[in-house]
Structure formats: C-alpha cells, structure tokens
Design a protein around this ligand. Structure first.
Ligand SMILES: [Mn+2]
Length: 326
C-alpha cells in the first residue's frame, strides 16, 4: 500500500487543550496545522505548544501566525514592512528549528459579503461572496497599489523569507487570493489564477529554488472556475512538480461573480474527481476540509461541522484509494 495523503485539522495556540487534542485523536486525525496568536508566537510559547500537541500523538504539518503572514504592510510594500517581515521571519525560524516542515507566506486575502443561510447551506450560515458588492467597497489604501508594485513587494518578501526558511529546511506555502478576482478594495490580488502561481514559483526559484509551494485551495480554484484554471489538470501538474504542500478540500455553489460555500457533497464540482487525481498521483501530503458552515453551538458548532467534513473527506479518500487498489 502506498503512503496516503493525511487528513489534517487545525489547532490554535488557544485551543490546544487535552479535550480538543483528544477529539482529533478520536476521529483518527493524526496530523494538524497550528495557528499561533501574536501573544504566543515567541520561542517559549511556540515550543511549549508544539510539545503539548506532539505529546498527544499528533504530527504538525505546517504552522504560522496569520496576523504576520497576511500583514498588509508586507504585501503592499508599506514603509514599515521591514519590521513585520523581521517578526515573520523570526517565527519561521522558531518553527523550522522546532521541526515544523512547512510555514506560510503572503497574500492570503479573504473577503466576503457575509455569512448567510441560503438554499445551499441547509439553514446553516455559509460564507457568501457577491462580487458586485465587494467591487463597490472603498480602497483600503491611498494611493492604490498597482499589480507590478504588488509583485515587486512579493519579490522583496521572497528575498527575505526564502533564505531564512532554507536555513531550517522549511518550505513556504502560498494560498490564492480569496475571492480570486484580479483587484478589489483598492489593491490587486497576487494569486487570482493558476498562471499567477506559476509566476510566483518562477520568481521564488530565481532566489532560492524549491522552497515555495502551494496551499492548493480547491475552494479558490472553483470560485474562479475556468478563469482560475483547469482544477484537475493544474492539480496534477503541481503535485507532479512537488509543489503542493497542503490541499484545501472545499466546494462552492458556483463560480464567481456570486457563490456560497457548500458542503463538499453538494457544491457544483464533483469532489471525488479531485480525490482521484490526488490518489492517482500518489500525493502524500496534508489535506484539510478548510471552511465549514457556522452552525449552532447547542448542536456542536464548529466541532460538529469539522467532524462531518472530515468524515466525508476520509470517505472519499478511502473510496478513491480502493478504486486504484491502494
Ligand atoms: Mn483555502
């Protein structure tokens, strides 16, 4: 039997409790990522939390601090960016030295119109995007940043981040812009189609080859639809190139301009096709259900929503493996 991909769920520096770690164990989830808060991103806290998670039998695939790696000063090249890049790199060094093989890099903007119950959510609240509404929003920055300025800021970040990651053998995973629309809220999106990913990899490889990889977010690919790329062909290409560091396994109601996130089983794409590509290509990295509905705390809330999504993901994974005799 070939080594399978491993489903993962998230642990935060706040919820790394014995109860939560046991919940993961009881679902036979053996891998996780860890999100650190600003208060707990120093050497002592990071190592203490990683030890606690590992002592519970979990393997940490990837980790970071979303305040730092998503910092707008870094992405838009604002005057104070060096301070934030330094803090970001310090955390990556701590994580890399602690044996975390994958950190995060840049760009992961996430916007939405709101969380609503609609025919796609079965009464739960689902993340919804109406592009027309988002495009009416005022710019968050003045003067606006051009696409070339954004890419130059990304190159500047890569020049600092890649050598630091290389020191500890860490790789860095880049997520698409969400929604993957070329520009909104006053600045462009770095990754709004699969060619943007190819450009980012070329740029990174000129600085330090092989370190930049992808959070292959099926959700973003499907939000963009054909405008983003051919999800199955792109997935095959990036897996074969060894660039997929984690997969976000998520479905939506339709491509842009309007979508709601759905259960994996009833969005517009057949998620089994994605699973088959991953199994056929021998993908052995992390796979994560990504976003879930907001449901009532009285009936389990996030824990129930993630348990359902994880069970479904594992069912498809095992079905795809049996098809290929794995
Ligand atoms: Mn994602």
């Amino acid at each position: 039997m070939r080594r399978k991909m491993h489903p993962q769920l998230g642990v935060s520096s706040e919820n790394a409790t014995p109860e939560y770690l046991q919940y993961l164990k009881q679902m036979n989830v053996t891998h996780c990522f860890v999100m650190f808060s600003n208060e707990q991103s120093d050497y002592e806290h990071v190592n203490r939390i990683l030890e606690r998670i590992r002592a519970a039998g979990l393997t940490v695939d990837d980790a970071g601090n979303s305040f730092l790696y998503k910092h707008l000063s870094i992405h838009l090249g604002l005057p104070d960016r060096d301070k934030w890049i330094e803090r970001y790199n310090t955390l990556n060094r701590i994580l890399g030295n602690a044996g975390v093989p994958v950190g995060y890099i840049g760009n992961s903007r996430v916007s939405h119109t709101g969380y609503f119950a609609d025919p796609f959510t079965h009464g739960a609240l689902g993340r919804t995007v109406h592009m027309e509404e988002i495009l009416k929003r005022p710019p968050v920055i003045d003067p606006p940043v051009s696409e070339e300025q954004l890419w130059e800021s990304f190159r500047y970040l890569l020049q600092a981040a890649l050598p630091a990651a290389k020191e500890t053998g860490m790789r860095l995973a880049l997520h698409p812009s969400d929604p993957p629309y070329p520009a909104y809220e006053g600045y462009p999106s770095l990754i709004h189609n699969s060619d943007c990913f190819r450009r980012a990899i070329r740029m990174a490889d000129e600085i330090e080859p092989g370190i930049l990889g992808l959070k292959f977010c099926c959700g973003c690919w499907l939000e963009g639809g054909p405008t983003f790329g051919d999800i199955l062909a792109d997935l095959r290409e990036f897996v074969r190139a060894g660039r997929v560091l984690t997969v976000h396994f998520r479905n939506v109601s339709s491509p842009l301009p309007d979508f709601t996130e759905t259960l994996a089983e009833d969005g517009y794409f057949d998620m089994m096709k994605i699973m088959r590509v991953l199994v056929q290509e021998g993908y052995d990295g992390a796979i994560y259900p990504d976003h879930v509905f907001r449901t009532s705390p009285e009936t389990g809330g996030d824990l129930a929503a993630f348990a359902y999504a994880m069970g479904y993901l594992k069912g498809l994974m095992n079905a795809a493996c049996s098809e290929t005799g794995d």
